[in-house]
Design a binder for this molecule. Structure first.
Ligand SMILES: Cc1ncc(COP(=O)(O)O)c(C=O)c1O
Length: 375
């Protein structure tokens, strides 16, 4: 047997994705169309129709190598957001851009700043690549505590991740605070503003801040409001070409296939699909907030501006894994807090979705409360 060494650090937990409908349907014998898939923050309306059409039209080109920098997609993104196409880098999902950023801008052993909790990929990749994640705690109900984050910037990390709105809490950081963070970061720190869920805040986000801050990169994904999680399209943008060129160089050469480029280029102009999605999510966020306010053993953490929220488990007799399994039995897939954060056994992350799924969630939590009271 050949024994290879593993210089990448592989300690710690791997990323835990949400479960599929098929798995739950089979295990619990529940019809697929009744299952509420509330663990992966996907789009309830499916893919952007414009993207779908473009994807079908692209099938005749899959025998040809794509442009190695996804030029057509960069140009579409640049047109949509008023950027220079040479200041855009595309990735097979935003996750790939995050991986490139970590490898390009921090050397092994160097510090990468992030909130605790945060999107786990930041620290999973940092650890795998031998970079050093440094965590800034959040306050009550996941308050971002921007002053504390700014204090931590004094240690001059190589990269500072800021997620807006935050995952997993959905908390929003105001533009004035984003500006304070960019201004407090030293020249040696790259600020990475991750706006994967920005559409759900009904703000324009931070793209227009780019010309003001040469050490800023904004990351976006088409997995959420555009409904293209399975296509794998994300991108990074900056006003500073010097931040984008290293990412082009480090990325796997043909990382964006013909189909991704075609679908992504059409999707960024599909405002209709995004508006319909955002309208429903915002309405349902208010709806479920009201509906869950009557619970005793559970509490929705207030302040989410995203398409998910944190549910706090108030009853000490219930753990997140117990609740996760009880929800599964009732046809609901959520995200166990333990899989996303330290101390997560008191929390679940749950998506906002169509009314029928929110009603199922409200019923299931009430039912779990009632059976707990009976024990
Ligand atoms: C905060 C955040 N950033 C980035 C991503 C990555 O999205 P994708 O790789 O699908 O583009 C996610 C996905 O869940 C996320 O939650």
């Amino acid at each position: 047997m050949v024994r290879v060494s593993v210089p990448a650090l592989v300690e710690g937990k791997a990323y835990v994705p949400g479960l599929s409908r098929e798995y739950v349907a089979e295990k619990y014998n529940i019809p697929m169309d009744q299952i509420a898939k509330l663990g992966s923050a996907e789009n309830p309306y499916g893919p952007s129709p414009k993207a779908l059409e473009a994807v079908k039209a692209a099938e005749g080109r899959i025998d040809l190598y794509p442009d190695w920098t996804a030029k057509a997609l960069r140009e579409a993104i640049a047109k949509r957001y008023n950027l220079d196409p040479d200041c855009v880098v595309c990735g097979s999902g935003e996750t790939e851009v995050i991986a490139m950023v970590i490898r390009a801008f921090a050397a092994p052993g160097e510090a990468i700043l992030m909130h605790e909790p945060c999107f786990p990929i930041y620290h999973i990749y940092s650890n795998c690549e031998g970079r050093r994640p440094v965590f800034v705690p959040m306050g009550e109900d996941f308050e971002p505590m921007v002053d504390r984050y700014i204090e931590a910037l004094k240690q001059k990390p190589r990269i500072a991740f800021v997620t807006n709105p935050h995952n997993p809490s959905g908390r929003f950081i105001e533009e004035s605070d984003i500006r304070r963070i960019c201004e407090a970061a030293s020249k040696e720190t790259l600020v990475v503003l991750d706006e994967a869920y920005i559409h759900y805040t009904e703000t324009e986000g931070g793209m227009h801040l780019l010309p003001d801050y040469p050490n800023l990169i904004v990351l976006r994904t088409l997995s959420k409001a555009y409904g293209l999680a399975g296509l794998r399209v994300g991108f990074g943008a900056s006003a500073n070409r010097d931040l984008i060129l290293p990412l082009w160089n480090i990325k796997p050469t043909w990382n964006m296939g013909q189909v991704q480029v075609a679908g992504g280029s059409a999707a960024v102009f599909d405002d209709e699909h995004v508006e319909k999605t955002v309208k429903t999510i915002v309405e349902m966020r208010d709806y479920v907030t009201k509906k869950l306010s009557g619970l005793n053993r559970f509490r929705m953490v207030p302040g989410s501006r995203s398409n998910f929220f944190m549910l706090e488990i108030l009853d000490p007799a219930i753990t997140s894994t117990h609740l996760f399994n009880e929800l599964l039995k009732r046809g609901i897939i959520a995200k166990d807090g333990l899989d996303i954060m330290k101390g997560g056994e008191r929390y679940m992350r749950i998506d906002v979705n169509l009314k029928q799924h929110m009603d199922r969630l409200v019923w299931a939590l009430g039912d779990i409360e009632a059976s707990q009271a009976a024990e």
